[in-house]
Design a protein around this ligand. Structure first.
Ligand code: HEC
Length: 91
């Protein structure tokens, strides 16, 4: 039984995609992990993909979420704003 469990686990690990979550709308990039951790506390982090903002716009939106109660350090919010500005620039 133990052996079966171990091999099932290793199969799952091998089959796992490079990204550890299902947020397909969020492109890979530096800061993505921080963004998912901080921005998934209240709603899906994928709602960010509906926006196309410049760097100042993302900074303002992230500040707004911090005011909503998002839990993160200033450095983390900065990282998130930069990730989002790169991932979802103005159209
Ligand atoms: C403490 C809860 C909370 C956290 C954490 C949070 N949000 Fe939100 N978010 C909200 C609420 C409440 C709304 C809807 C009201 C509003 O727009 O402020 C919202 C709305 C949004 C919207 C839609 C805004 C619009 O105008 O359509 C986006 C985009 C968004 N959040 C992005 C983020 C990002 C990026 C993060 C991470 C920095 C984040 N949220 C973290 C509570 C949160």
């Amino acid at each position: 039984m133990k052996l079966v469990l171990v091999s099932a686990l290793s199969l799952m690990t091998m089959a796992a995609p490079a990204l550890a979550d299902d947020f397909k709308l969020l492109p890979d990039g530096p800061g993505r992990d921080v963004m998912v951790r901080v921005c998934a506390q209240c709603h899906s982090p994928e709602i960010a993909a509906q926006q196309s903002l410049d760097a100042a716009g993302w900074k303002a939106l992230v500040d707004q979420m911090a005011n909503n109660g998002a839990n993160g350090t200033d450095a983390e919010f900065d990282t998130i704003a930069k990730y989002l500005a790169g991932a979802f620039p103005p159209k």
